[in-house]
Design a binder for this molecule. Sequence first.
Ligand SMILES: O=C(O)CCCC[C@@H]1SC[C@@H]2NC(=O)N[C@@H]21
Length: 291
Amino acid sequence: MTESQYLPPPHQHWGGEALWQQLEPLLPGLSVEVVARTESTNSTLIERVRAEGRNPGEAQPFGRRQHDLQPCLLVAEHQTHGRGRMGRAWHSSSGASLTFSLAVPLELRDWSGLSLVVGVALADALEPWQAGGDEAPRLSLKWPNDLWLDGRKLGGVLIETVPAGGHRMAVIGVGLNIAPAWRDTDSLNALSSGFACMQELDLDASAPQVLALIAKPLVQALLDFQAQGFAPWLERYQRRDALNGRAITAGALEGVARGVSPQGELLLQTAQGLQALSGGEVSVRLTQTTL
Ligand SMILES: O=C(O)CCCC[C@@H]1SC[C@@H]2NC(=O)N[C@@H]21
């Protein structure tokens, strides 16, 4: 069982109460929790869903039925075993990162495109699009789940799903670099390491303030995606597509990225023709660049 160390309430600097007030009307029954440390916010929520949704039909703890599983936003100031995609570790330093997961019951026919919608919602909240402006946005999206700032990795999204009775709970984990953890050590090394942080975009950015900025647009995006799928997001994704037109490898395939399909698949022009790749467990790299 994951051990979480709870902060003494009321965690005022995180504005948990205000967050809850904003989000609960969109996600009835939501709870917002801030912990000082946990293994991984995704793992913690998945464990809870499994514990509560287990053995449908049998008596549930506290008399809950399986469809009583409630949405939860879990924020951790520190993760001891943060996880990234494809079994990678996600390292984040306390105070220099924002790490949280949102568990939400979603009724979806097609899950592909979900991580792209989350990426668009985060990017648009952090760097609102200037209508009529022709400057390229600083925040871009590397299919399927990376958020880049000026071509370096600012954050990532890890989406996992858990069966919960007759339903499916999505656990959407977001990790964002906020401050240069390397500030007092070797900033040049850090800059060349391929990582970026929010304070390069906004010097005053802090984890609680960034969370306050993105939480509602993120929840709204999930609800919109549930209602309408990915197609209405395609244009917003295209504005920030970091790969379009670039030579990449995707798993064993090589080619040139040609945007994404209305279902959110990556379109890859290969010597054998145009291939559509779905998110799954495929690692995408710019040719000659290690990310
Ligand atoms: O880039 C990636 O591979 C995805 C990184 C996702 C990291 C976040 S941090 C909060 C949540 N808890 C985890 O263990 N992982 C996600």
